[in-house]
Design a binder for this molecule. Structure first.
Ligand code: UN1
Length: 487
């Protein structure tokens, strides 16, 4: 990283300083180090961005989809070629390891490429008509001006998987990223605009919740795609419903990994560790609950605790580091409070749980990777902490294990470890989640398949793959008849 980056807004094709309060993004490893700084957008900036998106709308919708896609492909090449530099910036700003930061930038490029080729895919459907001389076509149109609100934890991949389908399907966008990660938002926006997006097609406003509220409540917004906390998602969804605006909200998870007796134990240990501690547990798909069947529980929990205690926690830009800090001091305090209440509710800390009072980790927003065993329900079993904390329970058998997975208001993802195809199929039938992994960790999402949760993890159409078209277009059913055939 070289120097402090200036935070600016992109409105109607012009990069401008925001007129609002100051905003700073810090390095969570060394919070006295400023990564980017500038000023938030004002409500007038939000108005300007929405107006610009409204004006650009017709021209962009009338641009052929292959041409819109070509711009995404060009942006993908820029993102890919900057993977090392931007990956390091991502790591510095967000705190995930360098390998994960670089991997995420490459993933954003892959997502842009996937949607860049959308024009080559099916554009609608044709049905037979019960009447002679008629066909029924189902065609697709953009919904209009989309508000995109994204979280801190995937500063470039989640924005890419919302903005790319929005744009390729002919919508214009006003994007508000989490104010903790403005740098990567500026990088992605530059890649897209430098590829040749017309002014106003993509606008970037940076700020905290007042900017988000102004955006989602703006009369010029036709649809809202949101990923973030359950509380904010529900507030946005109810405000949008009152205005009749469609919402796609991807919210909380309390994702379980189930390790059954017959699992490949070594592989399950590796995968549970990745699910729980990659990105410092800050993924809505992270593994935050573990269910182990009784017969293997002692052995599994002992080995898991030993591996967790041995994780290299530290500066995520160091090659050897396996886990970096969480995003803010507030997040750090909230996670430790959650561990504290688990202990007071009878939880047994198998490893971790302690703050770093001394040494190089004491100043950063670090949380020790933690495994807490429960023998009965506790808040940590149901409430998302969004950190490197795994709550474990034992189950007598497969049925009880799957019942414990479903013991959650959320249903985003789950991982089941077994070598028995009958048990795997039972999981497919019984585990109520949007994304099920058999013998792999609970996180991960390929761009060409649907992503999103069951139960209270999500609202509205799923993201990615062909599912994204459901949200970013509406259909027109066309009853198409000619006149009488001419003689
Ligand atoms: C992943 O599992 O790689 O906010 C993606 C999140 C999810 C994305 C998860 N929306 O963590």
């Amino acid at each position: 990283m070289t120097g402090v980056v200036e935070i600016r807004q992109l409105i109607d094709g012009h990069w401008r300083d925001g007129g609002g309060d100051s905003v700073t993004s810090l390095n969570p490893t060394r919070p006295n180090e400023v990564v980017a700084e500038g000023n938030c957008a004002t409500l007038a900036d939000v108005d300007g961005a929405v107006a610009a998106a409204g004006e650009a709308r017709a021209g962009w919708a009338n641009t052929p989809i292959h041409q819109r896609g070509a711009l995404l492909l060009e942006a993908a090449a820029v993102v890919e070629s900057n993977a090392l530099a931007w990956g390091l910036e991502l790591t510095t700003e967000e705190g995930k390891t360098k390998a994960e930061g670089i991997g995420e930038v490459r993933r954003a490029a892959q997502i842009l490429r996937y949607y860049g080729n959308e024009g080559d895919r099916q554009a609608g459907e044709i049905f037979a008509s019960p009447r002679a001389g008629e066909q029924i076509l189902v065609t697709r149109k953009p919904v209009g001006v989309v508000a995109v609100i994204t979280p801190f934890n995937f500063p470039i991949a989640i924005p890419a998987w919302k903005i790319a389908p929005a744009l390729v399907h002919g919508n214009t966008v006003v994007w508000k990223p989490a104010s903790t990660v403005p740098l990567l938002a500026i990088r992605l926006t530059e890649a897209l605009t430098n590829a040749g997006l017309p002014a106003g097609v993509l606008n970037l406003v940076i700020g905290d919740s007042p900017v988000g509220e102004a955006l989602v409540n703006h009369a010029g917004i036709d649809a809202i795609s949101f990923t973030g906390s359950t509380g904010v998602g529900r507030r946005i969804a109810s405000a949008a419903a009152a205005r009749g605006v469609p919402v796609q909200a991807e919210m909380g998870g309390k994702n379980a990994a189930v390790v059954l007796d017959d699992a490949d134990i070594d592989m399950a240990l590796d995968q549970v560790m990745l699910g729980a501690f990659r990105s410092t547990g800050q993924k809505c798909t992270a593994t935050s609950r573990l269910i182990v069947t009784e017969r293997i529980a002692d052995r599994f929990l002992a080995e898991l605790s030993a591996r967790t205690a041995a994780l290299a926690v530290g500066d995520p830009t160091d090659e050897a580091t396996q886990m970096g800090p969480v995003i803010t001091g507030m997040a750090q305090r909230g996670i430790y409070a959650g561990i504290g209440s688990a202990i007071s509710q009878g939880g047994d800390v198998l490893t971790g749980g302690h703050p770093y009072f001394k040494g190089p980790l004491a100043d950063g927003f670090f949380v020790a990777p933690t495994v807490v065993e429960l023998t009965a329900h506790a808040d940590i079993w149901s409430q998302e902490l969004f950190g490197p904390v795994l709550a474990a329970r034992r189950a007598a058998d497969t049925d009880e294990a799957f019942a414990l997975v479903n013991d959650s208001e959320f249903g985003l993802s789950a991982a089941v470890f077994t070598q028995d195809v009958t048990r795997a199929l039972q999981a497919v039938d019984q585990v109520d989640v949007g994304v099920l992994h058999v013998n792999s960790e609970s996180a991960g999402a390929d761009p060409h398949v649907p992503f999103g949760g069951a139960k209270k993890s999500g609202l509205g159409p799923k993201e990615q793959g062909s599912a994204s078209r459901e949200f970013y277009t509406h259909t027109t059913t066309v009853y198409l008849r000619g006149g009488k055939p001419q003689p």
